[in-house]
Write a protein that binds this ligand. Structure first.
Ligand SMILES: NC(=O)C1=CN([C@@H]2O[C@H](COP(=O)(O)OP(=O)(O)OC[C@H]3O[C@@H](n4cnc5c(N)ncnc54)[C@H](OP(=O)(O)O)[C@@H]3O)[C@@H](O)[C@H]2O)C=CC1
Ligand SMILES: Nc1nc(O)c(N)c(N[C@@H]2O[C@H](COP(=O)(O)O)[C@@H](O)[C@H]2O)n1
Length: 600
């Protein structure tokens, strides 16, 4: 999971995401809404929840058990997965809604945090009643806790994070599965019995695909669990119960598959198992939309095959990338150019240079970075979505915002006219991208409405103070500001001014690799060109500005993609020195001064 997330930071609501256990009273008010009462049994559960489970269920259960890093999910995803781990997590009493009414925070502790329960000596039972077996319940062994923040503002989402940097369970997930069943399993058992099936039959059918049962946390499910789940309902209806279609009672063996049915095609067998699909006697309840797993990708999804990925991976940040020893993120510079080095036909005009294959490649690159930088010239000209539309990332078949980079706009003068209709915001609303961060300089005249609007959708402004000799924001400061926000890899897409600036010797040391798409076209004079300023060597003779090394060319459709690295800075020692740096902070308007990074 990426370090950045689409929910407005918990810090925005006065919460320290790592260290503070409960929100300050000023920020949160106790919440009494019905959604915070214990979840009632879900009568819509059926065998389908076992046989057609949410995607990557075992993996998601493990992630929601460990919560090693912040997990971001869309609300329907959270509601789909959480009932599969509610055997682990017990909701605590402190829960709250902030004053804006947009954030709802809940706190959970591991089930094994409760004190150990030792039963009192059993009270005498009425004659003929069996003695109740009360077991010692293990507890008090695990201090792991987490909180969930549900955000319902310009978009809707959940952030799940553990409390305490190094917190972890004192046991594994299997241990919890052994001592407690999830509500999904109990709900399936209950609703199947309520359809008129014998508990033994329900148990047999639930075990039919044992791997899937284990994925759902049911490795230790037993017949008693099924009986207990439906006990109240069964008391008056003992005689009416039957076995599932396709099964029979076999003396000595219990409920077994009926061989005569075994020749049925597999999908028909599945349907036969689920009376909600076939049996008109059974109550048929449509599952809520939140339970349905989307099977198809959105129409704008792109595919980039694994064998092509292999060529580019050496140039990209590795999975779990860390900051450099200097505290800088991995930077990949990438853009599409014409043969005459132009990015677009004219200033302010978006021009499609990449073919379908190289466009898919660009989206693969986007999926591999935590942030995506463009200059305000590009944001204004293109009204871009700046999301990742690769099949399998969040919003395109993946979970939450997995693989979605954070768009970052360099806009020192806060001139980008972002509105709720901007494509970037529409993408956020659809759950297909993250809200942008905008980097601004001191002295900007910030429109408060725009600021509020951006925050509403989960974005923010970052104020920077450090300038170079031309009063441009220093790239080192930009990258360190993003690193301070948890970003460890950055893809810089353009436009021409940004790319040219980063190819200058004083900046190119921040670039780890370059991936350029060359389209077979001339755009002609008047185009917006990448043309960094040449630097003569120390004798005054012309000298190439940069020649990439470790270069690989990859034909993609009718384009050619070049991947390479910028040589170490020592190779530029013969060149003229970079201009002197300007002062590192400058006065803001209204007599204030920025010192370092500020966000709002
Ligand atoms: N083919 C491709 O791959 C791509 C094409 N493009 C195209 O490029 C064109 C836009 O390029 P261009 O006009 O050069 O604009 P840019 O996107 O490069 O934005 C330039 C502006 O961003 C701000 N800026 C950037 N870096 C800094 C810095 N270090 N410090 C301070 N301010 C900074 C400045 O804003 P201010 O002026 O307010 O000071 C500057 O004028 C568009 O036509 C777009 O379609 C864009 C990306 C990729
Ligand atoms: N790789 C590439 N090829 C082109 O032909 C382009 N015009 C661009 N432009 C960049 O992509 C952004 C558009 O992104 P969305 O498709 O809207 O997500 C644009 O703003 C440029 O940064 N890139």
């Amino acid at each position: 999971m990426s370090a950045s997330h689409p929910t407005p930071d918990a810090a925005d609501m006065g919460l320290d995401t790592q260290h503070q256990e409960f929100p300050p009273a000023s920020a949160m008010e106790p919440l009494q809404s019905p959604q915070h009462l214990p979840a009632p049994p879900d009568p819509t559960r059926s065998m389908r929840d076992l046989h057609n489970p949410p995607q990557q269920l075992a993996d998601m259960r493990q992630r929601l058990f460990e919560v090693k890093e912040k997990i971001e999910l869309q609300i329907d995803e959270f509601e789909r997965y959480w009932p599969y781990v509610d055997n682990v997590w017990v909701r605590q009493h402190k829960a709250g809604i902030d004053k804006t009414g947009k954030y709802i925070t809940d706190y959970y502790a591991c089930r094994l945090q409760r004190p150990t329960y030792t039963p009192k000596p059993d009270t005498p039972r009425r004659e003929g009643q069996p003695t109740r077996k009360k077991q010692i319940r293990e507890g008090g062994t695990c201090q792991m806790r987490l909180k969930t923040i549900r955000y319902e503002g310009g978009y809707r989402g959940y952030t799940v994070m553990r409390i305490g940097d190094d917190a972890q369970h004192s046991h594994d997930l299997d241990h919890i599965d052994k001592i407690k069943r999830t509500s999904v399993l109990m709900d399936i058992a209950r609703s199947e019995v309520m359809k008129g099936y014998m508990p033994a039959s329900v148990f047999t059918v639930m075990n039919e695909d044992y791997d899937k049962l284990c994925d759902a946390g049911g490795k230790y499910l037993n017949r008693n669990d099924v009986r207990n789940a439906s006990q109240h309902w069964r008391q008056e209806r003992k005689d009416d119960l039957r076995v599932h279609e396709g099964y029979k009672y076999d003396h000595g063996n219990g409920i077994v598959k009926d061989d005569e049915d075994a020749s049925m095609p597999r999908d028909l067998q599945q349907a036969a198992l689920d009376p909600a699909l076939t049996n008109t006697d059974a109550p048929v309840v449509a599952p809520p939309a939140a339970m349905t797993v989307p099977q198809e990708y959105p129409p704008d999804a792109l595919a980039f095959p694994p064998d092509l990925r292999e060529h580019l991976d050496p140039y990209l940040p590795p999975h779990g990338a860390t900051l450099s020893p200097d505290g800088l993120p991995h930077v990949t510079l990438t853009y599409a150019t014409s043969l005459d080095s132009c990015l677009s036909l004219a200033p302010g005009l978006q021009t499609h240079l990449s073919g379908l294959e190289s466009k898919a490649m660009t989206h693969y690159l986007r999926s591999k970075h935590e942030a995506l930088i463009i200059g305000v010239g590009t944001a204004t000209a293109d009204d871009p979505a700046l999301n990742c539309r690769l099949q399998g990332v969040g919003g395109y078949g993946g979970l939450g915002w997995d693989g979605q980079p954070r768009p970052v706009i360099i806009d020192p003068n806060a001139r980008w006219m972002i509105t709720p209709q901007s494509k970037i915001i529409q993408t956020v609303v659809k759950g297909q991208g993250r809200a942008p961060w905008v980097i601004i300089a001191p002295g900007f005249a910030m429109d408060p409405n725009r600021l509020e609007m951006l925050k509403h959708y989960g974005g923010k402004y970052l104020g920077l103070t450090q300038f170079d000799a031309r009063y441009r924001l220093r790239w080192e400061a930009i990258l360190k500001a993003l690193a301070a926000e948890g970003i460890k890899s950055v893809m810089i897409e353009g436009g021409a001014m940004v790319i040219s600036d980063l190819l200058q010797p004083e900046n190119s040391r921040f670039v780890n690799s370059v991936v350029v798409t060359v389209a077979p076209t001339y755009l002609g004079r008047g185009g917006v060109a990448v043309n960094p300023v040449a630097r003569p060597d120390h004798t005054g003779r012309p000298h190439p500005l940069v020649r990439f090394e470790d270069v690989k060319w990859l034909p993609l459709g009718s384009d050619a993609v070049m991947a390479g690295r910028i040589p170490a800075p020592t190779l530029f020692q013969n060149q003229m020195p970079a201009p002197q740096m300007a002062q590192s902070h400058v006065p803001m308007r209204h007599g204030q001064e920025f010192t370092g990074v500020a966000s709002s």
